[in-house]
Design a protein around this ligand. Sequence first.
Ligand code: FES
Ligand code: FES
Length: 153
Amino acid sequence: MRVAFTLNGKAVEAEVEPRTLLVDLLRQTLLLSGTHVGCDTGQCGACTVHLDGRAVKSCLVLAVQADGRTVLTIEGVAAGEALHPLQEAFRDRHALQCGFCTPGMIMSGLDLVTHLDKADETAIREGLAGNLCRCTGYRPIIEAIAACIGEKG
Ligand code: FES
Ligand code: FES
């Protein structure tokens, strides 16, 4: 089957099997390895990307479901050399240790930064419930997201 969609602002097309997962299309065919695979069963959130502007776990989405839609991965978050403010907030607050969970945390965090009106810690915690950090650095991650929401004014 042929799928065509917008990936990080550019039109892409690929041949996939009906059972191909979006995460495998991104990593193996399109060679965007910033989207990580921690569990393959929808539990860790390392594979989080945006589909039409909302965070989804790409190991739970079929590649064909992206057809005609817009996908954003961690590779598309920065503007060239300029980090996104959320990426800067993660860096400034040491919100990453080994970095394995970080792409997924950034993509889920970006959804929260976009859709939350205020930096409510409970809402941020709930929004991150599907993202696991094996280094357990949740406090600075929450603070980085809250700071970025606060900067929205
Ligand atoms: S790899 Fe998708 S949730 Fe863990
Ligand atoms: S920083 Fe290591 S898994 Fe989160």
